[in-house]
Write a protein of this length. Sequence first.
Length: 580
Amino acid sequence: MSKKEKNEMSMKWRMIGIMLMCWLLPFCLIIGVAGYYILSNRYGTVAQGVVDQVVYDGQICVERLNYGINASRKATYDQTLEKAWREYTRGSLSYGGLYSASNDYLNKEYRQNQCFSTTILWCYEEPERMNCSVYNNAAGGTYQQVQTYWREDHERVKAFLSTLDTALGYINLDGRIYMVRNLLDNSYYQFGALIMRLDKSYCFGPLIDSPQGENVLVRLDGQTILLKGENIEEMITESRSTARQTGYGRKNGNLYVYDTQKEEYFTLSVLMQADKSIIQAPFYGYPFIVAGMLLFLVPLLLILLRVFNRNVTKPITVMMEGADQIETGNLGYQIKEEPENLEFKYLMESFNQMSERLKYQFDHIYEEEIALRDARIMALQSHINPHFMNNTLEIINWEARLGGNEKVSRMIEALATLMDAAMDRKKRTFVPLSEEMMYVNAYLYINSERFGKRLTVIKELDESIMQYEVPRLILQPVIENAIEHGVRPSGRGTVILRGYEKEGFLYLDIVNDGTLTPAEAEKICRLLSPDYDFSREPSGNLGIANVNQRLRILYGEPCGLTIEKDEEQHVIARLTIAVQ
């Protein structure tokens, strides 16, 4: 896919996105907000109906539990068991007679009671021997339930009974729910215990059989009982933490209904997670309505896209094809197609005029460049060859050496080094810092002969940085500026050249003990400004500006040249170079 096609597709889909955001999206938001309020009201109605059903089912469970409690209390109030125990302790009734009287009583009172599947009576004196039991087949009672009690539950039930005194209690042992109570005589002596295993399918039948509940949990006097589905015990704390005892809540898209009923002998809390199909049933029609409205918008969107394609996309494609023709070198290319709207017609006419003018200017500038090139060649031919000047300096140097003038010889060698660096025979942009220091040393030698002992030069450059590459002839203009403006005005001074590496940057500082007047500071700020027009500046002031521009072009921010005062009021020029 060409660049033009990518841009065209990007433009098209960007406009489609804008239309969707500015037209279709607000419409959907309006539908969504309206639907939210409508469905929220409907959701509340459905949820309240589930709450009312849970309250009703919970009341039936409470009535059945109260029926079982009243039945268990008869064992104390009619004193049949107490009388038999009293006669046994006095010796007027044998153990067989005690067992027979107790067993007959259990059969009479509890064998047909729907609340209990198994009823067990044992005496504290010898519970494993002095006990009897009955089980209700109709309530799911079996002899195995009696054996399970003695094998797995007896010790825990006995420990629980020790905490009850005269009260009645419930205990849940691995899903087996027992209603237990102590049997006391007239002197409040605990002679026995009545253990009744609840038939969950009867006592909590309305909640278990409720078609509205997916998961059902009850808490009976602190005993958590899972009646149906998965355990949702963690929701009980949230429901009971509210001020209301009956209500509903939502979490993770689920509806939870809770109800708490306090009775004289127990408190029953119900927590139900409603079946999602019941909650969603009233909302089945709404998605179809929304989908129908969205489908109605599709033809409108297609019409809009067709109009947009004819009036916007197609003219832009034609203009981009014309731009490609100019890019490939077909200057003066003219668009011949006529658009259907005035705006693009004006743009295409402007494009054609610009293309024609561009071809004329290109041809004209090309001719001027040819003429200028010829003029420069002639000008260069009229100048002295710089290689001839360098060779001439070499001859003068040899003559000075033969004449025994070593001072002049060394100065000529330094000048030759500088001229060789300026000519740059190898055309290199970067040189090692060690080579750059050769040019600097040559320049400093000439100036040391110029100023004598009045110029002090201190170099603080570690050998570890000498292999780093720096732009060629980047230090000499800055050192020249330091000598000319920091040393020459007073006739003496010190120049310190310091270099170090820090966090991926090479810093080269040239410090001089000269002064920096406000006018000079303003001039430096102007010269180092990135957007300063150097065409208006005299050529003698362009040294530090050129250094700053070269560093910025080669390395980008934050590299460059800064000139400012340090804490001792010395002028410090700092070159920041990225380590490569």
